[in-house]
Design a protein around this ligand. Sequence first.
Ligand code: ATP
Ligand code: MG
Length: 366
Amino acid sequence: MLFDPKPKERREDLFDRDDELSKLRLGLNYPITLLLGIRRSGKSSLIKVLMNEEKNNDIWLYIDLRKYEGHAYLTYRHLISEFERALNTWPEWLKKLLHGIRGISISSPGIEVRLSWGKNRVELADLFDKLSEISERESKRVIIVFDESQELRKLKGYNILYPLAYAYDNLKLHFLLTGSQIGMVYRFLRLNDPDSPLFGRAMYEVFIKPFTREQAIEFLKAGFREVGLSVSNEYLEDAYNNLGGIPGWLTFYGFNYLQSGNHYESIRRTLEYAIDLIKQEFENFLKNREEARERYYTLMMICSHGCRWSDAKRYLEAKEGVRIDDKKITELLQNLVDSSFLMKENDIYKPSDPLIAKAFETDLTK
Ligand SMILES: Nc1ncnc2c1ncn2[C@@H]1O[C@H](COP(=O)(O)OP(=O)(O)OP(=O)(O)O)[C@@H](O)[C@H]1O
Ligand SMILES: [Mg+2]
């Protein structure tokens, strides 16, 4: 069902993403593919549909890092427990093939894979070696997905770029990295930094954009048609005007309409839900940035309808009554852009989603 609010798993529930799916499929021939798109644009859905369609050809490991968004940092233990969870979704015969790696135990009956992170900890490079061996043996690709890969930036005391670079150069493994905070994914990979293990490595990039006005309206029409409802064009236009083209918000609106049968009520509920969620995500963004909390809120407010760098500087300085270093202003704005709360278009900083604009329209720091 198109209006199902969970990530989609079947192609017939995924509206108009055939191009992106083909690109993603092509990308699987490269060692690392990036799937980038702002929040709720449909990245997880795209991956789940692809996994479903390729489940007989490929062996998948899906690592969901979304839950760490609110964490100030991640440890090796967190990472290993995510691998453990993903490996345990494999069928028994496949799990048995993991025998013989230091730090991995396989208990039967039921075949449970345990990965140790203590003294005798499993090393990712060893696990990757084994997975590559399994890929050759089974003549299937092994694809490791890091959903919301920018969270790996927060790993403390462990640099995952080394095993990734090792796998890139030597193994038969494929990695699919998604990111809602697009600039943060690049900051994590440091492809242009000569000191980075992944320096200079090419990656295949797929971008997923919000729906255009036409796509959004077609999507809503198709969703209503599917359940035998016909909703007036005026309402569909109004839904786009209020919510924009992010598939996640449109889905939530459709889902609510099916329950309430009332357009205005559904718009109201969607706005309320979206604004709450955006604010919560902004609080997550502030987790390691408490000292600049007020400045970030002020910047989001000033830029909610578009602003220039000079507007940001003038307003912040007037508000605080002190001079602020130019570099500091640039850094604050860049962090907001890299986390995809703002985007920059021809020198204008503006929210990357109209509902982000709505969430920050009034000055929340007062
Ligand atoms: N092309 C599409 N057709 C139908 N529904 C979609 C489509 N894209 C996204 N959705 C719906 O939008 C919502 C968000 O999708 P999904 O979780 O896949 O996006 P995401 O980019 O992974 O989001 P997040 O950044 O929150 O992880 C879900 O309810 C999903 O069902
Ligand atoms: Mg997702």
